[in-house]
Design a protein around this ligand. Sequence first.
Ligand code: SAM
Length: 392
Amino acid sequence: MNPKAYLRRNIKRRVALGHPWIYDNEIQSCDSVDDGQIVDVFTSSDQFLGRGYFNSLSTIRIRLLTRKNIEINGAFFREKILRAFNKKKALLNNGDSLRVVFGEADGLPGMIVDKFADFLVVQFNTLGIYTFRREIVDVLLELFSPKGIYEKSEGSSLEKEGLVQTGEWLAGDGPILIPFNIDGLRFLADMKGQKTGFFLDQRENAMKLAFLSNDRFVIDLFSYTGNFAFHCLNYGARSVVLVDISERALEVSEEIAKMNGFEHKCEFVKANAFDYLRNGDISKADIVIIDPPAMAKNTSSKSSALRGYKELNLRGIKNLRNDRVLATSSCTQIVSEEDWLKCINEAFADSKKLGTLIYRGGQPLDHPEVSSIFETKYLKFRVFSVHNIAEL
Ligand SMILES: C[S@@+](CC[C@H](N)C(=O)[O-])C[C@H]1O[C@@H](n2cnc3c(N)ncnc32)[C@H](O)[C@@H]1O
């Protein structure tokens, strides 16, 4: 029997409608339970609501794994992971890589699994999911027969869960730079790089933008390992400049450029993109890409994030010549699409220019957004052609 937690009388609509998080102030009473342990959650009228894991260190006290009265074990994880993969595997028609599990959006709070060719990269971002890592690794070995499973859990939220940063092979072995393919391009997922090693969430946006890039000169700001830049070269871009503050990301980009035979068409610039946007080079570009990292983690930093978006886009728009293209993105979850678009519209107005929207993108189907779990929606992407007012 699992320990029991009872919710306050007026159960939050959010929980009733499928959101898996239960905050500390929503719990009326709880049996003695260890952090990371499974608890059964009941309404105040003793109705079973679901089963999840508990952590007293987090204000999200319980994350529900299921609304059914079933045991949380290897078979449970097998069923959930397989269900998530089956919804997404058609994406493998265009490469050998995809996000197998996207946490809450796939019913597995705290857990990320990316497949890069024959390897898997996992993140256990909560203590509760970390507690099941052996069962999860066994299931992944059985379902995917990978050559290796690498754990790459990092970020400040781990500490709040009582976890430590981890980067190691949990099963098998493999290279630190894992080669994989997307859309006929060869890439490397960097186990010493950011997140799971590659931003799979931007690959479709990069492909769409690439359709516009034939014979164009492209500046890829916040390039990481060149997802956007190399997609553009793949579709005929004349040349690209990759700008990132991370030396390592640029070194890996150079490797990727060589693997694809693009090295003569690339320039790699280590710079702060805010500064780079101030210099005159943007005015030579046909396409400018602005894909900064998340700029705020909580509501208190939201307004500075909005200022950052306005400034980046303003500098891009001001300096682009007539009829050139701005591709812009935001992955800050707490900045809504509406607020972000408002910043961009203001940037057009302040520059006395017009933006014609030519592509509206978001998350690919292996990073699903769930209707009542608004935290699963985070990625915004727009492509505009930029015009002087007199010349539309
Ligand atoms: C969201 S990632 C970009 C992902 C990339 N566009 C892709 O599709 O793979 C953000 C990148 O911005 C870089 N970065 C962070 N702050 C920066 C700054 N001030 N100037 C330039 N690059 C920065 C990080 O090193 C990281 O590579």
